[in-house]
Design a protein around this ligand. Sequence first.
Ligand code: NAG
Ligand code: NAG
Ligand code: NAG
Ligand code: NAG
Ligand code: NAG
Ligand code: NAG
Ligand code: NAG
Ligand code: NAG
Ligand code: NAG
Ligand code: NAG
Ligand code: NAG
Ligand code: NAG
Length: 702
Amino acid sequence: MQYSYLCFTFILLTISFKAPFTRSENFSCNSNDLRSLTSFSRSIDYGLDWNTSDSNCCTWIGVTCDNSTVSSKRVVRLELGSKRLNGIISESLAGLDQLRILNFSQNFLHGYLPARLLHLQNLEIIDSSNNDLVGPLPGGSNLSLIRYVDISRNNFNGSVDAALCESSSYIHTLNLGNNYFTGEVPANFGRCSSLQQLFLNDNQLSGNLPKSLWQLRNLRILHLQHNLVSGPLNDEIGKLSNLVELDISSNKFSGILPDVFERLKLENFFASSNNFSGHLPMSLVNSPYIVILNLNNNTLKGPINLNCSAMVHLTSVDLGSNNFHGPLPDVISSCQRLTNLNLARNNLGGEVPFAFKNLQALRSLSLSNNSLVNISSALAILQHCRNLTSLFLSFNFHGEQMPRNVNFQFRNLRALAIPYCELTGSIPTWLSGSKMLQLLDLSWNRLYGTIPFWFHEFKYLFYMDLSNNSFTGEVPESLTELQGLINMKISSEGLSLGFPLFSFVADGAKLKYKGIWGFRPTLDLSYNKLTGPLWPGEIPLSLEKLSFLSKFSIAYNQLHGDIPTGGQFLTFPPSSFEGNKGLREQQLTRFQPQQAPHDVQLADEEMTIIGLQFGLGVMTGFLFTVTLCFASGWVELFDEGERLRCGVSPYLSDSSFSSMEILRRRHTHTYHHNKQVVDNVIVSCTPKAQEDNTKCLNNGGS
Ligand SMILES: *[C@@H]1O[C@H](CO)[C@@H](O)[C@H](O)[C@H]1NC(C)=O
Ligand SMILES: *[C@@H]1O[C@H](CO)[C@@H](O)[C@H](O)[C@H]1NC(C)=O
Ligand SMILES: *[C@@H]1O[C@H](CO)[C@@H](O)[C@H](O)[C@H]1NC(C)=O
Ligand SMILES: *[C@@H]1O[C@H](CO)[C@@H](O)[C@H](O)[C@H]1NC(C)=O
Ligand SMILES: *[C@@H]1O[C@H](CO)[C@@H](O)[C@H](O)[C@H]1NC(C)=O
Ligand SMILES: *[C@@H]1O[C@H](CO)[C@@H](O)[C@H](O)[C@H]1NC(C)=O
Ligand SMILES: *[C@@H]1O[C@H](CO)[C@@H](O)[C@H](O)[C@H]1NC(C)=O
Ligand SMILES: *[C@@H]1O[C@H](CO)[C@@H](O)[C@H](O)[C@H]1NC(C)=O
Ligand SMILES: *[C@@H]1O[C@H](CO)[C@@H](O)[C@H](O)[C@H]1NC(C)=O
Ligand SMILES: *[C@@H]1O[C@H](CO)[C@@H](O)[C@H](O)[C@H]1NC(C)=O
Ligand SMILES: *[C@@H]1O[C@H](CO)[C@@H](O)[C@H](O)[C@H]1NC(C)=O
Ligand SMILES: *[C@@H]1O[C@H](CO)[C@@H](O)[C@H](O)[C@H]1NC(C)=O
């Protein structure tokens, strides 16, 4: 009895001790998988913190094994996105024959994508986007279970090929965007019948689109923008009854737009910067589905006959830079949801229709460069659009009088631009009610009188251009109290413009902006008739705090006295002050490197800013950089095939340095664009840029 009790206890103990033991022993990965991964880890120079002496690879970071109970578990997922991996992708990974998910996205992997990986029979998802992979696409893939392929934002070249999707009847997403693919879109894409999303954008694809593309009946999103595709847009696109988004902008399409939109459920249609001609098709201007319509920069003509009774979902319309003519269409005013309207650079004339006051949802409006008349009535009507935040009316109202003694109310206005109109009169008092103003451009008019004292009440204003007018009197000292130029936080609440904006600079160059945040903090009072001293006496303390003003100019006035030396005044070039006979430069040396603020973490030793050693006066360096980058207004960086839309932050102050995000110097490589500016430039991703999935690294990485 006692013996059997003991025996029973022994067995119990054995079981209870053995059970976890065997489980842990069983819980180890398949030896082939272990070999594959170990060999892969050797081809990664850094970024992978795997403990390869632990033979249970199922516990390694990013590795997932299946739930099978067999003693050797199989690796089914390898997820190593955003790990800053640097190295090549070893072919040994092809040994992971149970692999279902492979994710290497957002790393610094270079070299080729091994062809054998494209024969993994169980692979369902492959995401190697945003790396530095090169070469042509490996041919002959056989991925019968693949559902999702994303190899965008690499340096792949050669021709595109539908082999990746042809072999699978499950594939719904194929992303080959942002590479260097050339040649035509091949006809065999027509066989990827399960495709719902196809991204071929930002390559160098040319020729006409194959008809077979219009057989992809499940297609919902097609991106072809930024290629060289030509020819007309085929009527057969009407067969894509599930298409909701089509982006073919910045290609070489021509001919008329097909009148097949009644058959499409298209919501977002982007076809800007092509050579489409003719009128807007009836089915398009009556589409109940369209939400965003962008046909900017084509050669479309005729009246703008949008039927808002039918287009009930329309929120954004960009028909700028075309040849539309006639009066401004008052039918637009019944588009109740319209928030963005750009009709700039057409041949529209007459007055702003009275009915425009019904555009209660309207936030951004540009009517620049048409032949509009009667600015008084235009403003009287538009003030009723209570949500209006951006109003651009440049190159209109030629020689009219700025309405002054009226009580317009533009309470929500953040950006107002009425330059190049040769307007006479003075700065209207009603403007003082626009307390939210961040950007004001009234340059190139014939405005006179003084700059009102109440300007300092615009606590968000950080861009003010009153140049090329006839303003008299002194430069109000209160301008040095503009909170938007002192407190970075205030002006960084920039708003999106709803459509890209161009401004014109003296040499005929164009600046392109997508949001107010793209503008350089500016005070431009040049070419006026201002008199008196430039801020008399001591440098106002507030002036020292104007710490991130990028452009300051009072050139060509009649000012006298000493040029201030404090704060940022060190960094403005002499051209900011020239043309004032009485202005004296005090003893100072401009552009002298300053001491780096002590909270700055210096990045790589290698880091240089366009030739300047980084350690050399960080403050000056940054300003210099910012100025250079803003010479193109909005910097679109092409970094190894990956399109970085990083706005260079104008918001620099001591406290912003430590959090400054820096695009780290990577290998020596060829940039396709902007090389001279991009190389080692310091950029900070704006919130928009982060949405765009760009890789911006903190100083040197950690
Ligand atoms: C451990 O593996 C052995 C065979 O090697 C098997 O008999 C046993 O059931 C496995 N145990 C567990 C907990 O999976
Ligand atoms: C790596 O794994 C081995 C074996 O399991 C273990 O002894 C060692 O402590 C681990 N090292 C680290 C740094 O975790
Ligand atoms: C393992 O099983 C759990 C619970 O059933 C499940 O949530 C998990 O997704 C499975 N893992 C794999 C890799 O199949
Ligand atoms: C791959 O990993 C990244 C993060 O590292 C993630 O954002 C992305 O969604 C993953 N891809 C897929 C297809 O799940
Ligand atoms: C693809 O793989 C499957 C399964 O291994 C095989 O039956 C088929 O013949 C292969 N197809 C090609 C084109 O290699
Ligand atoms: C692809 O790029 C490599 C390296 O830049 C180049 O040598 C090769 O000629 C390119 N191939 C094609 C088809 O453009
Ligand atoms: C307008 O389109 C033409 C090509 O049709 C292109 O060259 C040009 O850069 C575009 N302009 C803008 C401002 O996008
Ligand atoms: C645009 O199309 C017209 C015909 O509609 C043609 O005459 C013109 O040359 C084309 N322009 C470009 C830049 O291709
Ligand atoms: C505008 O749309 C409405 C509603 O779909 C329709 O009844 C009307 O005929 C259309 N007007 C024109 C001019 O097409
Ligand atoms: C204004 O539009 C006309 C065409 O309508 C164009 O030729 C001219 O360059 C435009 N000017 C500006 C400053 O945009
Ligand atoms: C005006 O803007 C406010 C705040 O963004 C929003 O709640 C409101 O719906 C807008 N009005 C219209 C008519 O869209
Ligand atoms: C401008 O419009 C207003 C109101 O609509 C009108 O009274 C005035 O006569 C117009 N001015 C000109 C110059 O047409």
